[in-house]
Design a binder for this molecule. Structure first.
Ligand code: FAD
Length: 404
């Protein structure tokens, strides 16, 4: 028999955005269902898991969920730079542990988690607004009725597509990664590798997790390049180029693959009874294509706003608007600025990358972190663009400010 459920809020997708939305909404006292298609939360890992310790602390993620990083190394075909910090500011997450912790927070706050529920359609009312979802559950067809739905399904954006509000992302990053055991690992040092050999439109990386485990990956921008990241990764690992050689013998543990939107903040994210959050909303920093901290932060905002709207009995687009206003105010201008730097980076030749690293060398660790995080505070940028002792750095920050 078909299974049927009634909730105040249904959240589709048990990634960082969905679990965080379910947590905030349940904590605010409404009845929440979190639906995940896989057998367990984070069964498949689709991310490298780099984020920032400041954000980790803000979210309350426990210390045993990440490996701290304090040295940031870059290499291009003929150049190399390492920016070192006295304290670690970046981190590589144990993705499964962290995502399961986020889902556990939702559960402890009262959300019901349904696993093995693959949502494939929406239920609409007479006005054409969403009032629930249907899918295939462990026992066949399953239906969830709700006042508000949050689409946290990630790149596929299942619900907003089913509503006809959006089509497939046109510009995106495709990434392939091996988690491997390596012989020689500096556990507090990451590597970003740029230039045609590594990725014709993107970069390759080595992110350490501790215990001699590293994630080695390649990201390729689409449609800019038709290179297959999995193939390129295998070639790089076989030929052991650049810093991969220093790792010594590599024993693969697990393969990861994923897609991340890179279309800027092009989508509306609130509709009557519907919110988009995380990758389904395109909330990613385009400089290095990182979205986990935004997924958690704005997932919580989405859950809070949705639950307030439900309590007030008004869940149309206007009632959900504070969510969109909140995230746009926080990141829109930063992401637009970062997009300009990304446009510059995506077109660089090997020789130009060698020179770009000379510019990056001039940044101190704080400037570097702000830059790579796209934390472009305007006064900071104006200061750096006007007063940085190096002309090339002034030009880079002028670009961020919007000048040519
Ligand atoms: C190769 C790669 C490397 C990356 N590296 C980093 C990094 O180092 N740092 C960083 O911050 N970001 C990184 N990102 C981006 C980051 O992974 C995303 O921004 C983040 O995962 C977005 O979270 P989310 O919850 O929106 O989506 P997701 O993490 O994709 O979660 C979506 C969830 O929804 C579930 N789901 C999907 N469809 C359905 C359905 N129909 N029914 C039920 N459940 C469904 C999925 O199984 C999944 O659990 C990377 C991305 C890629 C592709």
């Amino acid at each position: 028999m078909d299974e049927e459920h009634h909730y105040d809020l249904v959240v589709v997708g048990g990634g960082p955005a969905g679990s965080s939305a379910a947590f905030a909404a349940a904590k605010n006292g409404i009845k929440v269902a979190l639906l995940e298609k896989e057998n367990s939360i984070a069964e498949t890992v689709r991310t490298s898991g780099v984020t920032w310790i400041k954000n980790i602390k803000e979210f309350g993620i426990p210390d045993d969920c990440f490996n701290p990083i304090k040295n940031f190394s870059f290499c291009s075909p003929n150049n190399e730079v390492m920016i070192s910090d006295s304290v670690p500011r970046a981190a590589v997450l144990d993705v499964r542990k962290s995502y399961r912790w986020l889902a556990q927070q939702a559960k402890e706050s009262g959300a019901d988690i349904f696993l093995k529920v693959n949502v494939n359609n929406v239920i609409k009312n007479e006005e054409g607004d969403i009032v629930g979802v249907t899918g295939i559950g462990p026992n066949g067809k399953i239906t969830f009725h709700s006042k508000v739905v949050i689409d946290a399904s990630g790149f596929p954006s299942t619900l907003c597509k089913a509503m006809g509000f959006v089509s497939q992302w046109k510009r995106f990053g495709a990434g392939a990664e091996y988690e491997v055991k390596a012989e020689n690992v500096e556990s507090d040092t990451w590597w970003l590798m740029v230039g045609q050999q590594y990725s014709p439109a993107g970069y390759a990386w080595i992110f350490p997790l501790g215990n001699n485990i590293v994630r080695i990956g390649v990201g390729v921008g689409k449609p800019e390049s038709d290179v297959d990241p999995t193939q390129r990764l295998k070639e790089l690992m076989d030929s052991k180029v650049g810093p991969i050689k220093k790792l010594g013998k590599l024993t693969p543990i697990e393969f990861h693959y994923g897609l991340i939107p890179n279309d800027g903040l092009s989508r509306d994210t609130v509709f009557n009874n519907l919110i988009l959050v995380g990758d389904s909303a395109g909330q990613a920093n385009p400089l290095v294509l990182e979205g986990i901290r935004y997924a958690i932060k704005f997932g919580r905002v989405a859950g809070k706003v949705a639950s307030e709207a439900i309590k007030s009995g008004k869940t149309d687009k206007d009632a959900l608007k504070p969510y969109e206003e909140n995230w746009r105010k926080a990141i829109e201008s930063k992401i637009n600025s970062a997009g300009k730097v990304q446009d510059r980076w995506i077109g660089l030749s090997d020789e130009e990358w060698d020179k770009e690293l000379d510019i990056i060398k001039e940044l101190n660790s704080e400037e570097f972190i702000d830059f790579i995080k796209a934390e472009f505070g305007l006064s900071n940028m104006v200061k750096l663009a006007t007063h940085h002792p190096k002309l090339a750095v002034r030009q880079l920050f002028n670009l961020v400010k919007g000048k040519k």
